[in-house]
Design a protein around this ligand. Structure first.
Ligand code: ZN
Length: 412
């Protein structure tokens, strides 16, 4: 496959007239006047910008079905009064169509890989594969449903080695899993060299509870159980101390920050400044669509930048370039993915239509992508396969209809 005459970003500047050659799921060449030996129709890149596919570092994709169902609440009442009671009724078929809806949305936002934590991970993996996205899918574990723990190891065995799906272990949080459950989750992850995906230090109440009951912060508690390492994706980390930051950095753990979800649930603003000074690899996630309420990493970039600037009165920090780096390079590092517009990298990319008022005048392209982007993803490609071209995703109408049916069934 050949993308002809597309613009790319080089040293922060827009460079037009480049060709991108793709073969076998990888970018094989990038330059001018490239030739494609396959019979595929070339993709016309004129007026478009190619970017590496974005990674959504944390979501619960099937929760797209609960979008708009429970707004304007704090985390614990939101979970206890609205989300958990409804989730008790959720079936495999609900998850299947909720995941497809979430994949549609992510394709439209130029996301080519996401990290998920939810029930029915096999169904999530199957629906994601049918949609063609790459994903890290964690079998969720928590003590309210003790049967889930035994399902994680077989789930990992079924999907290990898949070209798009990487299975992982998802203990929900230190406050919903006992010490024994967390230790077992760690054993499974160690056995398979799999990632652990956990919500950590999301609210002040969570942290105060651990300090009172265990004399340790949730970060220190996880460290005492050996959970902090480079295979950990610690989500939120809103209420962490400088000591927690240095501990996470020393153990090479990754943090996934979900600013919009944290702001909407009034959980707080994570100290990303301290985290980055300590050397933690921080990337971005949207969280589920019922606490965000969309799955746009572009929106997450802007909100993160302006929230951080305000929280610490540091207008010069969290520049568009820093945030762009966080959403692209840091995310690739957290998930160990070879992503980027260069030969040898996965052919996971998006083409953005630059002929939009919010990209005009054509000046600082990274600033436009972070602060001004309001749509225009035209084409999304994952593993060398076109999932959306000129804004068209095959099968979209059926997915929208089925998702509506599943929502009505769940809330009836
Ligand atoms: Zn979450």
């Amino acid at each position: 496959m050949l993308i002809k005459n597309v613009s790319i970003i080089e040293s922060g500047q827009l460079q037009p007239g480049r060709d991108i050659l793709i073969d076998g799921g990888k970018i094989t060449n990038l330059g001018r006047d490239l030739m494609d030996e396959s019979d595929d129709e070339p993709i016309d890149g004129r007026g478009k910008l190619a970017i590496p596919g974005l990674i959504n570092g944390h979501t619960h994709l099937a929760m797209t079905l609960l979008r708009g169902y429970a707004d304007d609440m704090e985390l614990m009442p939101w979970l206890q009064e609205k989300i958990w009671p409804l989730e008790a009724k959720i079936t495999e078929e609900d998850v299947f169509w909720g995941v497809k809806l979430g994949c549609l949305e992510q394709i439209r936002f130029g996301i080519t890989c996401y990290s998920d934590m939810y029930y029915f991970p096999d169904t999530t993996a199957q629906a994601t594969k049918e949609m063609g996205l790459r994903a890290f899918i964690s079998g969720v574990v928590f003590d309210m449903k003790p049967e889930l723990l035994a399902q994680v190891d077989p789930f990992i065995r079924r999907w290990k080695g898949d070209d798009l799906i990487t299975p992982a272990v998802g203990p929900h949080a230190a406050y919903t899993c006992s010490e024994e459950t967390l230790q077992k989750a760690k054993e499974i992850a160690d056995r398979h060299d799999a990632m652990i995906h956990i919500h950590l230090s999301e609210t002040r109440e969570e942290v105060d509870g651990f300090l009172l009951s265990k004399g340790k912060s949730p970060v220190e508690y996880l460290d005492s159980l050996g959970l902090l390492n480079s295979r950990l994706a610690a989500v939120h980390c809103v209420w962490i101390s400088p000591e927690d930051c240095y501990l996470l950095a020393e153990r090479k753990a990754n943090v996934v920050s979900c600013t919009e979800s944290n702001l909407k649930l009034t959980s707080g603003i994570a100290p990303l400044n301290t985290m980055m000074k300590a050397g933690i690899n921080v990337c971005l996630g949207t969280d589920g669509a019922s606490s965000n309420n969309n799955l746009s990493i572009f929106e997450e970039m802007k909100t993160t930048a302006i929230a951080q600037k305000n929280a610490y009165h540091t207008p010069a920090d969290f520049s568009a370039e820093q945030i762009w780096h966080m959403a692209t390079e840091n995310a690739s590092r957290a998930f160990g993915l070879n992503l980027g517009l260069r030969p040898g990298a996965f052919a996971d990319l998006a083409l953005i239509d630059l002929k939009k008022p919010w990209f005009w005048p054509q000046s600082n392209i990274i600033s436009h992508l972070v602060y001004s982007m309001a749509g225009g993803v035209d084409t999304t490609i994952v593993n060398g396969k076109v999932l959306m071209q000129s804004g068209v995703i095959p099968g979209e109408e059926e997915i929208l209809e089925k998702a509506q049916e599943r929502f009505l069934r769940l809330t009836s």
